[in-house]
Design a protein around this ligand. Structure first.
Ligand SMILES: NC(=O)c1ccc[n+]([C@@H]2O[C@H](COP(=O)([O-])OP(=O)(O)OC[C@H]3O[C@@H](n4cnc5c(N)ncnc54)[C@H](O)[C@@H]3O)[C@@H](O)[C@H]2O)c1
Ligand SMILES: O=C(O)C[C@H](O)C(=O)O
Ligand SMILES: [Mg+2]
Length: 438
């Protein structure tokens, strides 16, 4: 089934006579459009208006759908075409809400002044009580400088805000954590570190998001060292955890020993280098990598991986290929070897569509929508916050990956993100390891 990323609401006017809706539906289907909801907005004596949600593979198909409806004639007309996803973002996706009801003067005095003053004094005397009497221990800052927003590149922090709001929504939905987007108007590592340290008292943890390489490595390392709350760069370690989980599942299905497999990483930026480090630390003997940037290849070599000269060579020599370049269509079907595992993880579009990779002979294939760090970061933070841990360790990341793999059903590479069990199991595994270290 081809992916249908273009979703639009088409307002169609038809004469109020039987059979017209059928003609419209047939026209949409005849050019490959997939119909979602149909809402009848208005039935008049002469004309009827319906809002039809149509899912298309691309913009060309959307235009073909519109033309097919317009060509029906007989008074059938497309009135408007609107973008549902854009509309759903109006006003943003998140909102800070009070947990306390404020209905009476007594409520007001308890929530706010003068009652609150005593709570402040309690925390002043015993600062660790902030964990009990404030939301700090359940709040994570989602920090970006906007330099590597998905695979869209350096589009700036404000343009990246929909992604940060999305991560906050996922934190809430899957782990009951308040995520607060923090947009930084600087790319300078010193300034990023200084700013995050300055705001850190208000947070139980820091999730760095879509901060580009190589400065993301320095920013994360320094913050980990200088803060006593957990810090994790999602694009590095969240991604590495989920990728390891997917590969564990693929190897289990294929009856292959992962540690003996040859792993090839295309793109050695934030996600790619962390994936290589994760596989090497897990005991995989041979991890190859390619990147356009020579410094990125040197970083791989410093961790014990083996840089290669070309994508073609990597595709010919590796059993498992993972790509995180942000370049759609980089991997061509003719490069795929029979039985290869292909994880093309770039968002919003992969280096090769999974169905094209499978058609070309891959044994397993997935893209960045299913093999996505949403399976990792909510549970990882739930686990460390529950345990009151000060840092996220490699062992915690490995048990998180194994927990994800343990929730994966036969024939799948990763579990569905809406399966609440996966986030619970990741949190449980991480909390257990974190608890041992305290
Ligand atoms: N599925 C997920 O959960 C997930 C998580 C993180 C990142 N990603 C995706 O991975 C991509 C990269 O993200 P990042 O944060 O690592 O970015 P990044 O900018 O840190 O890294 C991208 C790397 O790819 C290299 N590259 C670019 N074109 C290349 C080519 N033709 N051949 C080889 N190397 C090439 C760049 O030199 C760079 O080192 C993005 O599209 C992002 O959406 C997916
Ligand atoms: O945001 C996502 O969907 C995953 C990942 O963090 C990315 O940058 O692509
Ligand atoms: Mg990201």
């Amino acid at each position: 089934m081809p992916e249908r990323n273009v979703i639009r609401s088409i307002m169609v006017e038809t004469p109020s006579k039987p059979g017209n809706l059928g003609r419209v539906a047939t026209a949409i289907g005849s050019v490959g459009g997939d119909i979602g909801d149909i809402v009848t907005v208005q039935i008049g004596p002469f004309t009827t208006m319906r809002d039809i949600t149509v899912h298309c593979e691309n913009e060309e198909q959307l235009h073909a759908v519109i033309d097919a409806i317009q060509c029906l004639g007989g008074g059938i007309r497309v009135r408007t075409v609107s973008d549902d996803v854009l509309r759903a973002h109006e006003g943003g996706k998140i909102h800070m809400k009070s947990k306390m009801d404020i209905r009476s003067l007594a409520d007001l005095r308890r929530v706010y002044t003068p009652g609150v003053a005593n709570v402040c004094r309690v925390i002043q005397e015993e600062p660790e009580k902030a964990r009990i009497y404030t939301s700090i221990g359940n709040t994570v800052a989602i920090v970006t400088d906007g330099t590597a927003i998905l695979g869209l590149g350096d589009i700036g922090p404000v343009a990246g805000m929909p992604v940060m709001e999305g991560k906050a929504a996922l934190f809430d939905r899957f782990a009951g954590i308040s995520g607060v987007p923090i947009l930084l108007n600087t790319k300078d590592p010193d300034e990023i570190v200084r700013t995050v340290k300055t705001i850190s008292p208000g947070f139980g943890g820091i999730l760095l998001e879509d901060i580009g390489s190589p400065h993301c490595f320095e920013v994360e390392n320094r913050l980990k060292e200088e803060l006593d709350i957990p810090v994790m760069h999602d694009d590095q370690h969240g991604t590495a955890v989920v990728t390891l989980a997917a590969v564990i599942s693929a190897c289990r299905c294929a009856g292959v020993d992962l540690k003996e497999a040859v792993v090839g990483q295309v793109g050695l930026g934030a996600a790619g280098l962390a994936i290589c480090r994760m596989f090497l630390a897990y005991g995989v003997q041979r991890v190859h990598g390619v990147d356009l940037n020579e410094d990125a290849k040197k970083r791989l070599a410093a961790y014990g991986g083996e840089p290669l000269d070309s994508l073609e060579e990597l595709m010919q020599t590796c059993d498992i290929v993972i790509s995180t370049t942000g370049v759609p269509g980089l991997i061509k079907p003719e490069m795929i070897q029979k039985g290869q595992v292909i994880l093309a993880l770039s968002n919003p579009k992969p280096e090769i569509e999974p169905e094209d990779a499978l058609k070309a002979g891959a044994g397993f294939a997935a893209d960045g929508r299913s093999v996505n760090n949403v399976l990792g970061f909510p549970g990882i933070f739930r686990g460390v916050l529950n345990a009151g841990a000060k840092r996220i360790t490699h062992e915690m990341l490995v048990v998180a990956a194994e927990a994800i793999a343990s929730c994966t059903r036969d024939g799948e590479l990763v579990p569905h993100p809406l399966n609440p069990k996966v986030h619970r199991e990741v949190a449980r595994a991480v909390e257990e390891v974190a608890g041992r270290g305290l």
